[in-house]
Write a protein that binds this ligand. Structure first.
Ligand SMILES: Nc1ncnc2c1ncn2[C@@H]1O[C@H](COP(=O)(O)OP(=O)(O)OP(=O)(O)O)[C@@H](O)[C@H]1O
Length: 250
């Protein structure tokens, strides 16, 4: 097991946003967090990353309790891509190199440069390496922030709507890179995604949030018409098209 979330509770005000959230994730697994707007998906990622401190519960990453790790130690373990993209005056190369920050002691090493170049290649961003972030399209910028999280060489990636701003081709490419990296490096990823069909295609596990807690969690077997309707409040059909499962709102 790479990540173990045990009984997380969180609220911003007196109203609970997360109640008794419990699940675990193994190496090589991609988990999609699904649920309506406001269900608490982003809050859950921020609790895992300790941007927010859960009021109750424990989070273990590998054998470490996250609350006992320093910010730098957390950054070596967890790569986080938030919903909000920044637009600072960095070049693409420097923005991805920032992912190496938790590892850099005195100076950038050959290894750091090699990792950055490999990641840029993976995302087909080499030709944009010297471009400033504010000169990129929304989709290109989205790829850069995901590339930076990968350059961090984390054991768990937390990605809040990573396909935002991406066209169809790039949505598929980026999710494929995430999935392939998780398998190749034997790490894990948690992805918040609104497109159920993309979730079905690229995830090993699914966690459906409803009323501030887990409605259901598991493999493909939990993605039934009944569960999806109960969580999203609309009837759907789950069918197979050329061997690929698809959800059709009715
Ligand atoms: N900083 C905050 N202060 C107070 N309430 C907040 C704050 N951030 C989020 N909330 C509330 O907490 C609840 C969960 O929000 P969260 O962003 O986790 O939902 P989500 O499932 O990620 O939603 P979406 O799909 O719309 O991104 C919502 O009711 C939201 O209004």
């Amino acid at each position: 097991m790479i990540l173990n979330i045990d009984g997380i509770e969180f609220s911003y005000t007196s109203v609970p946003v997360l109640r008794n959230v419990k699940f675990h994730l193994g190496r090589g697994e991609v988990l999609s967090i699904l649920g309506n707007n406001g269900a608490g998906k982003s809050t859950l990622l921020k609790c895992i990353n300790r941007i927010l401190k859960p009021h109750k519960g424990t989070i273990y990453i590998e054998k470490y309790e996250v609350s006992k790790l320093s910010r730098v130690e957390i950054a070596k373990k967890i790569g986080y891509v938030s919903q909000k993209n920044e637009n600072a005056r960095f070049t693409v190369f420097d923005a991805v190199l920032l992912g190496r920050k938790p590892y850099i002691k005195w100076d950038i090493t050959e290894k750091d440069i090699k990792i950055v170049n490999e990641v840029l290649k993976k995302f087909d961003l080499e030709k944009l390496a010297l471009r400033y972030l504010n000169e990129l399209s929304g989709g290109e910028l989205q790829k850069v922030v995901i590339a930076r999280a990968l350059a961090q060489q984390p054991v768990v990636m937390l990605l809040d709507e990573p396909t935002n701003n991406l066209d169809l081709k790039n949505q598929i490419e980026v999710l494929k890179i995430i999935k392939d990296t998780v398998k190749e490096q034997n790490i894990a990823a948690i992805v918040i995604i609104h497109d159920l069909n993309l979730a079905l295609r690229f995830s090993d596990k699914f966690l459906l949030l409803k009323d501030n807690t887990i409605f259901t969690y598991g493999g493909m077997e939990v993605m039934t018409e009944e569960n999806i309707e109960a969580v999203y409040g609309i009837p759907v059909a789950v069918e197979t098209c050329r061997g690929v499962p698809v959800v059709i709102p009715l």
